[in-house]
Design a protein around this ligand. Structure first.
Ligand code: PHE
Ligand code: CO
Length: 285
């Protein structure tokens, strides 16, 4: 996830390098943190076979994250070999430009701290469970990995053009809350869904939210909620569609969209490819 600023966040930003990275210091996690990780992992691993896309399922199985908080330096050689990506440790949310620069260089920032036991079901800021369990598995997929790097490069450009808000919506509705069509029906690939105990089934099979075909310009005009389950999910046919639709230069898109009205998170439009029209207003998360 991107954040506007690194102020008022709960990570320890006092020991970071200029690019916001830190040491993971794996030995410093107390046994209780590993125990909480195991509980989080166990719940999520039991849901993934039913609700996650195939690429994610395979990747999680290959990583074996069941025992303890993962060590970044143990995963990195395998990730480098698979797609040339690397995980870097960070104190928490990063300023937009620093975040985009990491992605543009195939470095994925992962928060080092784990949530408190009271936050088992719900957490406001991304922690290591969200960042690692939710995001890292798909970095092993070559097409998705290329999309994420392209997104980072696009972010650096959008930053210069003052178009971050439009690009952030794309990240939200794809990398965080994206759904994908598969032979076994709609499945989740977004990290915000895959790391959530409740939203993973809600997003895929609840009659409440809208499920609408991926449409780049439509998404860049659609606002989103950060404190409830989503009212609308956008569904891609495959990662290739995501990569190809976002390949053109966005500069004219930004110009075209500037100053135009935005769509509510719950909106269904005449031009939408509606896979499912939501039946109910959103429940609080
Ligand atoms: N093609 C986009 C641009 O020119 C970059 C981008 C790629 C943005 C993928 C998002 C996702 O800005
Ligand atoms: Co995230």
């Amino acid at each position: 996830m991107t954040g506007e600023t690194a102020h008022g966040l709960r990570g320890d930003y006092s020991r970071m390098r200029p690019d916001y990275t830190v040491e993971q210091d794996w030995a410093a996690y107390p046994p209780e943190a590993h125990a909480l990780w195991r509980r989080l992992y166990e719940r999520q691993a039991s849901l993934v076979p039913r609700y996650a896309c195939e690429e994610f399922i395979r990747s999680v199985a290959a990583m074996d994250l069941s025992d303890a908080i993962p060590r970044f330096d143990a995963v990195n050689p395998r990730l480098a070999k698979a797609t040339g990506w690397e995980i870097v440790a960070v104190p928490g949310l990063l300023p937009d430009l620093a975040f985009f620069e990491h992605l543009a260089h195939r470095r994925f920032p992962v928060t080092v701290w784990l949530r408190e036991p009271e936050e088992f079901d719900y957490i406001v800021e991304p922690d290591i469970f969200h960042d690692f369990f939710g995001h890292v598995p798909l970095l092993f997929d070559p097409v998705f990995a290329d999309y994420l790097q392209a997104y980072g490069r696009g972010g650096v450009k959008a930053h210069a053009l003052g178009a971050i808000e439009m690009l952030a919506r794309l990240y939200w509705y794809t990398v965080e809350f994206g759904l994908i069509e598969t032979p076994s029906g709609v499945r989740a690939y977004g990290a915000g869904i895959l790391s959530s105990g409740g939203e993973i089934s809600y997003s895929v099979e609840s009659p409440d939210p809208n499920r609408i075909g991926f449409d780049l310009l439509r998404i860049m005009r659609t606002r989103y909620k950060i404190d409830t389950y989503q009212e609308t999910y956008f569904v891609v046919r495959d990662f290739r569609q995501l990569f190809e639709a976002t390949a053109p230069d966005f500069t004219p898109y930004y110009e075209q969209l500037a100053g135009r009205e935005t769509h509510a998170p719950s909106a269904v439009l005449a031009a939408d490819r509606v896979l499912h029209r939501g039946l109910a207003p959103v429940r609080a998360a």
